[in-house]
Structure formats: structure tokens, C-alpha cells
Design a protein around this ligand. Sequence first.
Ligand code: GLN
Length: 388
Amino acid sequence: MSLHSRVADRVRYFPDSAIRVMSELASQHGAVNLAQGFPDFSAPEELKQAAVQAIRADWNQYANTAGSPRLRQALADKARWFNGMDVDPDLHITVTCGATEAMFATILALINPGDQVIVLQPFYENYAPDTLIAGAQPVYVSLHAPHFTFDPDELRAAFASGARAIIINNPNNPTGRVFTRAELQTIADLCLEYDAFAITDEIYEHLVYVDRPHTSLATLPGMAERTVTISGLSKTYSVTGWRLGYTLAAPDLTRAIRNAHDLITVGTAAPLQEAATIALNFPRAYYAQLGADYVRRRAILVTALRGAGLACDDPEGAYYVMADFSALGFEDDWQFARYLTEQIGVACVPGSSFYAPASLGKHFVRFCFCKKEETLRAASERLAQLNR
Ligand code: GLN
């Protein structure tokens, strides 16, 4: 057997995760890691205590495959007050190992080999491989720089070519866009006109910094039946390592998603699911504080980036900045990202990893700001050396 045939075709062409490559480079060089989006500050104390208690209380065996009934009830309550969605915990919710598994299970459950799936780009790095593993074909539609808006005619052309679904991420990783209601309505109208599913990753739903509330695509008229809403606890409660995600979907879709989820992972960590119900019942003030903290972190990073000669919008949501470094005279994003990590001491993610073809992203790099203010200040001091 030749070396090449020892691994399957479906994985052979997947690039290494650029986020992980840059995180490793950051630790090799002692750089401030603004590449991988995970908080370097603590999760809420009550939540940590609840996890300890759940283990002591012997929540040690398999969780209910659909998700802990208590957690699903808490998620249904949250879907009502926050998202404005009418959700039955037994019929509409599946708890998964992070939004990552939620997306994978959803695609396996809904998409046939040979189908086309519209992916807005720049895209979070898993969406295209997920689609390819399902044997489907991603069809890319660009969010055009500098403000990362889509052209409705380009989107219509992609639907007209026969797409079965569209994947959107709102608020958006990596651009920080929060789609306007009008943009969401355009997407919804096309889904209805072309009888397509919408798979909407709303994991950053509580991180919105503009003066318009988060709108779940599923709440637009006619969309509830054809939308799978994905979210999770990782970003809202700063527990990316707990791997708690979920899907909200119509009962027939939920049955299929649960079957895929059962095969992939059986269920996610039982004690962490029990603990998570505490977080979902935090007072509303928690979310206001979370947003205010992120607005300050965003300001530190954006100011430093502009000071160093990079161009970017203020991200409207999520915790990333997609910055254009063209003015700095580097050849491409990988060269710049390596230089920044190795020589300046700040790691970011090359923009090309969020695009197909990759060349579309070669003037961009992504930074995250889910870090302590002192971490962001340390990064700012280092970034200031870029201009010297
Ligand atoms: N969502 C995070 C990011 O975009 C982490 C993803 C990952 O580790 N692959 O950086």
C-alpha cells in the first residue's frame, strides 16, 4: 500500500486547521495568542461550583442522548425570552458536543450526497469540510470587503443553481458582521422561494455591540419549519472547553439530527449539562455585563490594530476582527501572520483560511479579543512595534 492510500480521500485534502497551526506557533514563540478564539479569563464562579457539585452528586453516566431534560427545559425558556422562539424541549432541542458537532450532525441529517450547500464567505473553517464529508458541494457566496455585505443577486444566483441549504453564521466569525433584519429577510425570502433549508450558527448571539437586537433567522415568517438554529454555551459563559452546543429545529429534523448525534457522540458530558442549567438561569444583568466587557476589549484591540496600520471596521458582534494589512507591504497573509507571531509576538489567523479560493483572503488576518484587558494591552504594546 502506498503511503497516500493509507488515508481516505475525504480527509487527505483537508488542510490543517489554520487556527490550530497559529496557536501552536504562538506557544512556540511565546506570542500573545489572538489566533484561537477562547477566553483567557475565568468562567463564572457559580457555574464552576455547579459542575463540581454535579460530579459529586454522581451525574457520571451517559446523559440522555437528546440532552439532559433539565438543560433542555432551560434552553427552551431561554429560546423564548431571548430568541423569541416557541420551542418544546422534547421535540425541538438536541444537546451536542459544542456547536461544532451541532453543525456536523445537522449537515449529516439534512444534506444528501450531491446536494449543493451555500456557504457565505469568509466562513468559519469547519463549514466547508462538514459539507464535503456529507458528499455535498459547497457553493461560496462572498461577503464583500470592506464591510462584508453580500450582493443579493449573487446570492439569488447561488440559490437558483439548486442549493438545498444555506449556512450562515450570525454574528459572524471571522468578520464580526451582525446581519441587518433586511439582510436576514433577503436570505429568508430566497430560502422560501427556492425551498431551501437555513442552517444558522448563532453561537455569538449574546455578543452584539450595535444598536439592534440579535435576530434569529428562524423567527422570520415561514422560516421556523426550515431553519436549524445552532448555538451553545461556549461563548456566552466562557466555557469553550465544556463542549456544550445545541440545535433547535422542527420535530422531523430534530429526530434526524438526534440520530446523527447518537452515532457521532451518544451524548455530551452529563455533569456539565446539569451544571449548565445554572448559567441559563443567570439574571439578565449577566448578559449586559458580558456585552459591556467585550465592548471595552474590542476598543483596545481595534485601536491597537489601526495604530499599527491595519484597516478594519469596528466588529458589530462576535469576538473577532478581520483586518486588512495591505498598507504594510507584506506578500501575503501567511507571511504576515508568521512575521507577526515570530518577530512581533502577537499571533493571528491568516485570512485565506476562511476563503475558497484561499487567494481571496490573502490581504486579511483575523484577531480575537476574547482576552483579559491586560492580555490585549500586552498585544497592543507589541503591535505598536510594527510601525517603527
Ligand atoms: N471558534 C474558535 C475560533 O474560531 C475556535 C475554533 C477552533 O479551535 N477550531 O477561533
